[in-house]
Design a protein around this ligand. Structure first.
Ligand SMILES: *[C@@H]1O[C@H](CO)[C@@H](O)[C@H](O)[C@H]1NC(C)=O
Ligand SMILES: *[C@@H]1O[C@H](CO)[C@@H](O)[C@H](O)[C@H]1NC(C)=O
Ligand SMILES: CC(=O)N[C@H]1CO[C@H](CO)[C@@H](O)[C@@H]1O
Length: 500
């Protein structure tokens, strides 16, 4: 009898606890919702500061090089359908740089998948690549998606959407051309067939066998025949003589990575890029969009032939670590932390910036064509950060960061309308501006959703100082990612256009 009474009491207690915990959960999620709504309102207000008036002339922007067709599929579904039995032999701690066999494909895929790191790899073996494309086409029709791809066309479309007048350097087939908005002028020949990029998309929590993706991302495979040669460079250089844009964007050079050129050919092509860059007047700002590079030789060539001639760089956290590693140690890194601490990213940005500034100062006497980098934009899943030299030609750094953050959400959620309920905030309310001791802290609040500050950065043996402005915008991370490939292009382009 007594025992029964106890039971009743215990049940009562559990019901009560459960009730309290439901209310508490609701309270917490309401608070989180409230916080994101406040941040969202703040971001939208800052973004709207840069609406161009109808009286202003549209900015003119030129973008190079290349185009392709993207074939997007579900990564785990593809692997499960075709490689289910092969997985146990895969070692998860090693990634082949080049993919020539199915074994190397699995090795490389698993490595990036379990790290949630974006990767883009060349399939050297054309037979294998054709086989993979055929496999992909055999998946359910409504499970595969065809898009226009390539960094340059995606950025070009984004610029047009932002009201710019755009010139694109790319070769395209008759099939692809209609997918490009008519307003975009094209410098480049018609070709018979476009290169295809096979895009394996995965969501956070998707798993394949024992491996689970920590964040949404994609793994890209290609076997380009046209793009590595950057065939449209000369035509774009010619068209630029008349066009005289405010901004010239160089992207798509990663297609040269791991491609088998005859000796000296790649360098000769990159020299054409350099010629294009140095032949522009100073009032044309130049931006280089970084990418996932693996070949050290190519990175060194970029440091020699491209980086010294641009004003601005765009990249994600993986690419930032990789560039820093090349600058400091002459080596490359593979996948790094998918959600790096902000303080750490800011320090890496400073280091990359200092290295470029020092390089400029030690060579500018001998080479008057050099430009000193005055803008670096790093985009990560959780935040957007933009560093500009104070009082440089780049305007609206705060609004550009806010805009980039909103674009990131809109793109990955595939929705123009930002719904606070579809949002996950990864960033804390306050952050240290550096991992060094006693670094000042910044707060993200309703009053200040995009903190900006100025600081002096020291460089060179005589510790010269240069004043920079840094802005950080939180990304309202999409809970259910719809698409990640191409996000970087949209994000970088929307940040750039706000700063002209
Ligand atoms: C290329 O891929 C095919 C198809 O998977 C394979 O049979 C062949 O052995 C591969 N060739 C090389 C050189 O690895
Ligand atoms: C791929 O398909 C699997 C199984 O249908 C699903 O669980 C997963 O979320 C899908 N991933 C993407 C990126 O659509
Ligand atoms: C959210 C967003 O702005 N997405 C755009 C990214 O760019 C492509 C074109 O390259 C547009 O179609 C998307 O609407």
């Amino acid at each position: 009898m007594r025992a029964l009474k106890y039971m009743g009491w215990i049940t009562g207690c559990s019901v009560f606890t459960a009730f309290i915990s439901i209310i508490w959960q609701a309270f917490l999620s309401l608070q989180a919702l409230n916080k994101t709504t406040v941040l969202l309102t703040g971001l939208l207000a800052i973004e709207s500061e840069v609406k161009r008036s109808a009286l202003e002339p549209a900015p003119k922007i030129a973008v190079g090089y290349g185009a392709c067709t993207d074939l997007q599929i579900n990564a785990t579904e593809f692997m499960e359908t075709y490689y289910k039995t092969r997985m146990p032999s895969v070692s998860p701690d090693f990634a082949a740089n080049e993919v020539n066999t199915e074994q190397e494909l699995l090795q490389s895929f698993v490595y990036y998948f379990k790290n949630g790191a974006a990767a883009e790899r060349v399939v050297g073996n054309s037979t294998l690549f054709k086989q993979l494309i055929n496999y992909a086409k055999q998946l359910d029709k409504d499970r595969i998606h065809w898009y226009m791809g390539g960094n340059a066309p995606l950025m070009a479309v984004r610029f047009v959407m932002e009201g710019a007048n755009v010139l694109l350097g790319a070769h395209m087939s008759k099939k692809l051309r209609p997918l490009l908005p008519k307003e975009i002028s094209l410098a480049g020949d018609e070709i018979a067939e476009d290169d295809i990029h096979l895009i394996l998309e995965y969501k956070a929590g998707d798993h394949w066998g024992a491996y689970k993706a920590p964040r949404a991302n994609r793994y890209i495979l290609h076997n380009d025949k046209n793009n590595p040669h950057l065939r449209s460079v000369e035509q774009l250089t010619d068209a630029l003589k008349q066009y005289h844009p405010q901004l010239l964007v160089v992207s798509g050079l990663q297609m040269m990575d791991m491609f088998k050129f005859s000796p000296g050919v790649r360098e000769a092509r990159l020299n054409q890029v350099k010629q294009q860059l140095i032949s522009q007047p100073r009032d044309t700002l130049q931006h280089f969009e970084f990418a996932s590079y693996v070949e050290l030789e190519l990175l060194q060539q970029l440091r020699q032939l491209v980086l010294p001639y641009v004003d601005s760089l765009g990249m994600n956290e993986q690419e930032l670590s990789n560039l820093r590693e090349v600058q400091q140690h002459g080596s490359t890194t593979q996948a790094t932390d998918w959600n790096p601490r902000l303080a750490h990213t800011l320090d890496q940005m400073r280091e990359v910036f200092i290295s470029l500034v020092e390089d400029y100062h030690s060579h500018r006497q001998a080479d008057a064509q050099r430009r000193m980098v005055s803008r670096i934009h790093v985009h990560t899943l959780a935040y957007q950060t933009i560093l500009t030299i104070a009082n440089s030609k780049w305007k609206n750094t705060r609004a550009a960061a806010a805009k980039a953050a909103l674009t990131a959400h809109r793109y990955v959620c595939k929705s123009q309308f930002v719904n606070p309920e579809s949002v996950l905030l990864v960033l804390d309310d306050s952050f240290a501006t550096s991992a060094q001791e006693q670094a000042p802290r910044m707060r993200m609040s309703a009053a200040n959703p995009v903190p900006c500050w100025q600081e002096f950065i020291q460089f060179g043996p005589s510790r010269q100082r240069i004043k920079v402005e840094i802005c950080v915008a939180p990304v309202l991370v999409c809970r259910v990612a719809k698409k990640t490939a191409g996000a970087g292009d949209n994000i970088s382009a929307s940040g750039l256009v706000a700063q002209l």
